[in-house]
Design a protein around this ligand. Sequence first.
Ligand code: TXA
Ligand code: MG
Length: 339
Amino acid sequence: MTTQKLDALRDYNSAVKSAAEILCKGGIVAVPTETVYGLAASAYSDSAIKAVFEAKGRPQDNPLIVHISSLDMLTDVARDIPECAYSCAKTFWPGPFTMVLSKGENISESVSAGLDSVAVRFPANKTVCDIITASGLPLAAPSANTSGRPSPTAARHVIDDLDGKIDAVVCGEDSVVGVESTVVSLVGDKPRLLRPGAVTPEQLRKVLPDLVIDDAVLKQLKSDEKAASPGMKYKHYAPKTETFLVEGCSGSFVRFVNSKTDCAAICFEEEYYSINIPKISYGSKHNESTLAKNVFSSLRDVDNLGVKQVYIHAPSKDGVGLAVYNRLIRASGFKVITL
Ligand code: TXA
Ligand code: MG
């Protein structure tokens, strides 16, 4: 299949219109969002959802997030919506925040991978919202990467992974947040953080004071443990290069990586000039938002350095740092070195 490149930076209106037309016909289209690029399909079309799973090579038991572009659409997607969901919507939407609710009956079974819940997000990115509105459809969209690879934060990342496997890519702006949305389940007895993102636990607790942080956020689940968020059990975001996460101060990290051969480092900008092996800076150690914005492209770029292993300096777990840390322990298959 030829993948159409719809250039939203040069001809916005025609890119939005063509994307909506393809989606209405049951096609699959990669779209920019403020978190990462998503691979969108009509949440009502079983065959389009199946095509998304196939293009990504995604495990069948990992459900998708449904995207809406107005609060009115929420009742098309979910039912029995609790009051706290509306408080969350008021505070965090549009934005990098997803809630798991009871599934509405028109949503395709394959969206929720057989669960009776559905994850819903109202994104802040104008392009994806205009495409949702133009199509008139809630759009199911996982990140637009090959399953297991780092998530795409630029159209070129999508093309690298999925060219020839999807109907179209809307080539828009790079993702400003850089890590996927915060996912909170509102279907259990207490609100539960399933995946950290740019909306932090501190911000969530102002609206959901009894929020519980799921064990899978920072720990590897044992093979017999059931994941509240199926996506958390898979190896994820991994470059091809063998990856280790390293905890310790800047001085120890610099000494550690400088003693290595045939390796690279993903480091903080403050350390960059002290490191004498191949290296990529992913931002200042004092600015977790920048680290979030750059983390996935750094994981992709490391494969071009021609080394066997990469050591990544772990960020603090404060604020959005928790989300960056969560992605990096998965990228490294939970191989953490403490100096
Ligand atoms: O920022 C984002 O959320 C991006 C953009 C494209 O919106 N999307 C994204 O989708 O990250 P994906 O498929 O890569 O991740 C969806 C996560 C997975 O961890 C999945 O297990 C979880 O959400 N999820 C989806 N539906 C769920 C449900 N009904 N119950 C529990 N977890 C669910
Ligand atoms: Mg993903």
